[in-house]
Design a protein around this ligand. Sequence first.
Ligand SMILES: C[S@@+](CC[C@H](N)C(=O)[O-])C[C@H]1O[C@@H](n2cnc3c(N)ncnc32)[C@H](O)[C@@H]1O
Length: 226
Amino acid sequence: MRDRSGERDEDAQAFYGRWARLYDLLARRTPGIAALRARAADACRLERGDTVVEMGCGTGANLPYLAERVGPEGTVIGVDFTEPVLRRAQALTADYPHVQVVRGDATAPPLERCDAVLATFVTGMLEKPACAVDDWCGLVGPGGHVVLVNAASSEAWYAPPVNALFHAVVVLSTPPTTRLRYERDPRRLLDGRISSAHARLRERSAALAHETHTGGVVRLTGGRVR
Ligand SMILES: C[S@@+](CC[C@H](N)C(=O)[O-])C[C@H]1O[C@@H](n2cnc3c(N)ncnc32)[C@H](O)[C@@H]1O
């Protein structure tokens, strides 16, 4: 019998599979998103020849930024568990032979070692986000970099209208059956998961970059692992 996390994963895959095309448009064309993806790739502190893994790469919007930074002598691996989004990621990166996309679980990635891990808008979907961050820190080892980008409720003084809009986006963009199983407030669950992931990365890192964007809703934390 499937457990609830298995069902949730299937719901997420069905949701992102169905909406892959629309998601791809949002992921690459939302105003300001290109600059944010460039900032996230910069925070990975990549050098030419490095190997970088993107967990939950979706339709691949970050992959070209990573590919440019590691150069053809490096390797970029995008991991996602949803087949239709991976097909789009593959098409998007067809001109970069050093980019591979693989189907796999970001919480048990089919990899042994890399120089950096990037995860954008993914940790809020994981049941145990802090454990996933621990695993990613283990994958890069001391001196490697882990970078998280997530949207969570803003803590800014002008937060109420920004957060109301954010709440609507969360409800609309959460796989529906998963949303029903969230207690009463999907935003609170998402905020908790994201806070715990970013806090764990802070604990595990010797040097940190932290920025907020989009009225404080988008948080970017990059850490050099101890
Ligand atoms: C909101 S999208 C973000 C995609 C991409 N990182 C971006 O910034 O556009 C979340 C993606 O994470 C994937 N995902 C969620 N949980 C996952 C898991 N445990 N393993 C692999 N992929 C996962 C989904 O399939 C989906 O493509």
